[in-house]
Design a protein around this ligand. Structure first.
Ligand SMILES: [Zn+2]
Length: 337
């Protein structure tokens, strides 16, 4: 059995963030009150839309925007601040983004510290309009599926969209908030959300079936940062990120050595680069494996934290998940080794 030790906290910025959150907790703010978990948005739940249609909905990531678009249908114009390949951990709002956020009727974001550098802007806007973290209900009910990785002390792993059922719960919550905000069209939002949930249920089962075709000893998913913890738990892989939960984390050389030994010992045929993270850390695994007579190659690019470009097939939430599963299955099922 392979046991990899937990990653240490390597980023001073992340550490400051954790210290800050600890300070907030010591001031009597529980997880539910932390702006990064989004429950402050609930204070705006009495607000009701009174403007002209279409509603202006602004979302932080592409995956939120695509899913909200399915729920809102023709009643809203939905935009995403972060385009393809954008890393949400490092993302800072541009002046044009602030204007977009100011013009929005309602804002949806991920929460769980994913958008660590724009949380203050969102918190500020939350005093004027509904600003909803799609993960807020998971936190409020302390959902058992939320991951609390040891290197992310006291925080939840934000990459919940990679477990399709967990994401379906987030979008159900977002749909409820949208229905409350725009009660005249609530029945449309509820009906669209039910149809979308059925689609996501099917997608979830398809993911499980596909991953089950990979020979069991090879079910290791090695990527640049630890974005696939939920995915791996949901679909039966073991995920190993070279960096921690945030792309701001640095790589620990001892941890790199452990990953190299894992690749060699388990004869894992492929490692994966990510669309929103530099590929060089993952590429650095290839040569040391070759020196130990194990050929490992780049199995392809995964969409970890952002959707793919237009017309890539991964420019929707469903397309992103399907593209990742296909890349992982093809990479790990290869018989070349
Ligand atoms: Zn990430």
């Amino acid at each position: 059995m392979i046991v990899l030790r937990p990653l240490a906290i390597r980023s001073p910025i992340l550490l400051l963030c954790l210290v800050g959150a600890g300070f907030a907790a010591s001031q009597g703010c529980g997880k539910g009150d932390d702006p990064a978990t989004g429950s402050h948005g609930d204070s705006d739940s009495r607000e009701v839309f009174a403007g002209e249609l279409p509603l202006k909905i602004v979302c932080t990531t592409g995956q939120i925007a695509d899913s909200i678009r399915q729920v809102a249908g023709p009643h809203a114009e939905v935009t995403a601040l972060m385009g393809p390949g954008v890393d949400p951990h490092l993302y800072r709002a541009l002046p044009s983004d602030v204007l977009q956020l100011q013009a929005a009727d309602i804002i949806f974001y991920n929460g769980l510290h994913l958008e660590g550098r724009i949380i203050e802007t969102l918190e500020h806007l939350g005093k004027k309009k509904p600003v909803v973290a799609v993960t807020a209900r998971l936190v409020e009910r302390e959902d058992k599926r939320l991951r609390q990785p040891p290197e992310f002390v006291g925080m939840y792993d934000p990459h919940v969209w990679h477990d399709v059922l967990l994401w379906a719960d987030c979008i159900d919550y977002a749909a409820e908030r949208l229905a409350k905000f725009d009660p005249d069209r609530a029945s449309d939002y509820t009906s669209n959300a039910t149809t979308y949930r059925d689609k996501l249920d099917q997608l979830h089962h398809w993911c499980g079936e596909q991953i089950a075709t990979i020979p069991e000893p090879r079910r290791f998913l090695i990527t640049a940062h630890d974005a696939f913890g939920y995915f791996s738990k949901a679909y039966g892989l073991k995920a190993v990120g070279l960096k921690g939960i945030s792309t701001e984390d640095e790589v620990d050389f001892q941890h790199m050595d452990e990953v190299i030994q894992l690749l060699v010992n388990q004869k894992v045929p492929a490692v994966f680069v990510e669309s929103s993270t530099a590929p060089r850390i993952v590429e650095a695994l290839i040569e040391p494996c070759q020196k130990q007579d194990h050929e490992v190659r780049i199995g392809g690019e995964l969409y970890s934290d952002a959707l793919g470009p237009a017309d890539s097939g991964a420019d929707t939430f469903e397309g992103m998940i399907r593209a990742n599963v296909k890349t992982i299955v093809a990479g790990l099922s290869s018989e070349e080794n």
